[in-house]
Design a protein around this ligand. Structure first.
Ligand code: NAG
Ligand code: NAG
Ligand code: NAG
Ligand code: NAG
Length: 412
């Protein structure tokens, strides 16, 4: 049992590490410093704003406080490398995946990573960090050492973090609506937010959902082990008083550097493990930067956030957190958790999905698509193998996904 739990946790960890990042041809990038070489794994110890700055892009750090007191950090790339005059007056908002952060969208060469591509296409780009990740570990009264800080799942991110961040961005930019991109959990919180707060439809011009997740009952691979142990995991976490899960720390960085280095005997294992969890696609992975990628993540979240996904795998429905009978009666006044209502998502949606994505399985994406009332684009990536990770760090993500995303946004 203990071993099982460990391997499940390790799996979640590595999978979501891979989820966050992308890297290719960093050494050929137009960085400001000569030290930007892979020998130094230079990206490993820089924050998101430092990385953006290292590539010569403008960057700003902002903070917003949610209704329930969490202090979130937003990262902004106000314009592209060519300067403010090339802006198109549009505001892009990017939401990250599970155990990820704002670094999701900038861990690649500026010509290849989505945040830079959007900035260079004229967008004012805002990168979100939801509660509990590396950049958003502060609260007006709680602190992350306390169990209470971690009593949330993606329900609360959807209800508080995303709306607060969108309102803040609209306030600063003076714009009346954003262009929303979500990847994996970044799509889950979008559907949940609009189900609860449909008035936010008018604050979003269009939404691009990369590897979209609402239903998980067709998810395959070892990740489904989580589902089997969901209840036990929750009890163990609560007994041990573990609210936080998998923060990015020195230990992880060391493991990544020593065991997932390209020259390490373990490199093949690290590499294959990612496929095992997230789906195959050997062509698109860049081994050289695996250590850099893993050093940036996992960015941390609450145990409940992961347990919540385990519940979806088990239940086959898209619902709020299941607190068990008594907890549900207390929270919701009913025995089972309420379902989210996808028909409230009326903003135009573009779905981008891959054939070998084991987490956003094509069958589950089709079910989601059928329930969303305004799917303006249903885009199956035209490549035989394209997995959950490829949406952020594939060597050809621009060619396969981002060019189509830009075209989609340009219609609105
Ligand atoms: C980052 O790492 C490099 C090489 O390991 C080191 O030279 C540099 O001082 C580090 N920078 C920071 C900010 O820690
Ligand atoms: C947390 O936010 C408060 C403002 O409410 C600020 O004074 C404090 O410095 C922040 N702490 C950290 C670690 O950023
Ligand atoms: C990996 O091995 C090659 C050849 O054996 C060597 O040139 C290179 O510097 C090594 N890279 C690292 C990161 O150790
Ligand atoms: C979902 O929302 C739609 C549109 O507002 C409404 O007609 C429908 O009754 C809702 N369904 C449920 C189960 O609440």
């Amino acid at each position: 049992m203990a071993l099982h739990l460990l391997s499940v946790l390790a799996g979640v960890l590595l999978c979501s590490s891979a989820l966050t990042s992308s890297s290719s041809s960093l050494e050929s990038s137009p960085g400001k410093s000569d030290s930007l070489t892979k020998e130094h794994h230079w990206g490993a110890n820089l924050t998101t704003p430092e990385l953006i700055d290292a590539f010569g892009y403008p960057v700003e750090i902002h903070h917003v406080t949610t209704q329930d007191g969490y202090i979130l950090e937003l990262h902004r790339i106000p314009h592209g490398i060519a300067g403010p005059s090339t802006g198109n007056g549009k505001v892009a908002y990017l939401e990250h995946c599970l155990l990820c952060s704002s670094s999701d969208y900038i861990m690649n060469d500026p010509g290849e990573a989505l945040a830079y591509i959007l900035a260079d296409a004229g967008y004012d780009v805002w990168l979100s960090n939801m509660r509990g990740n590396t950049y958003s570990r502060n609260h007006t009264t709680l602190n992350p050492e306390e169990f209470d800080f971690w009593q949330f799942s993606w329900d609360e991110m959807a209800l508080y973090d995303v709306p607060a961040s969108i309102d803040y961005v609209l306030g600063v930019t003076g714009s009346d609506a954003i262009y929303y991109t979500g990847w994996s959990m970044g799509t889950t919180v979008f559907w949940a937010m609009l189900s609860e707060l449909p008035e936010y439809n008018q604050k979003v011009k269009a939404m691009a959902g990369l590897a979209p997740v609402a239903y998980l009952d067709n998810a395959i691979g070892p990740i489904t082990y989580i589902a089997q142990y969901t209840d036990q995991l929750e009890i163990i976490f609560d007994l041990l008083g573990v609210g936080e899960l998998l923060p990015s720390n020195d230990l992880m960085d060391n493991l990544a550097e020593n065991f997932c280095d390209k020259n390490s005997t373990f490199a093949e294992i690290c590499y294959n493990f990612l496929f095992l969890l997230c789906g195959p696609d050997a062509d698109e992975l860049n081994k050289d930067y695996l250590p850099v990628i893993l050093a940036h993540t996992p960015a941390g979240s609450s145990a409940h956030t992961i347990v919540h996904y385990g519940q979806l795998i088990n239940s086959g429905v898209f619902s709020k957190y299941d607190y068990g009978y008594i907890g549900n009666m207390n929270h919701y006044g009913q025995a089972t958790p309420p379902l989210y209502n996808l028909s409230q998502v009326t903003t135009p949606v573009g779905l981008f999905w891959g054939n070998t994505d084991w987490l956003a399985d094509p069958t589950d994406v089709a079910r989601l698509s059928a329930e969303l009332p305004n799917v303006a684009l249903n885009y199956n990536v035209p490549k035989e193998e394209f997995n959950h990770l490829d949406f952020g760090w594939a060597m050809h993500a621009r060619e396969y996904v981002y060019n189509r995303l830009l075209e989609f946004f340009s219609n609105y």
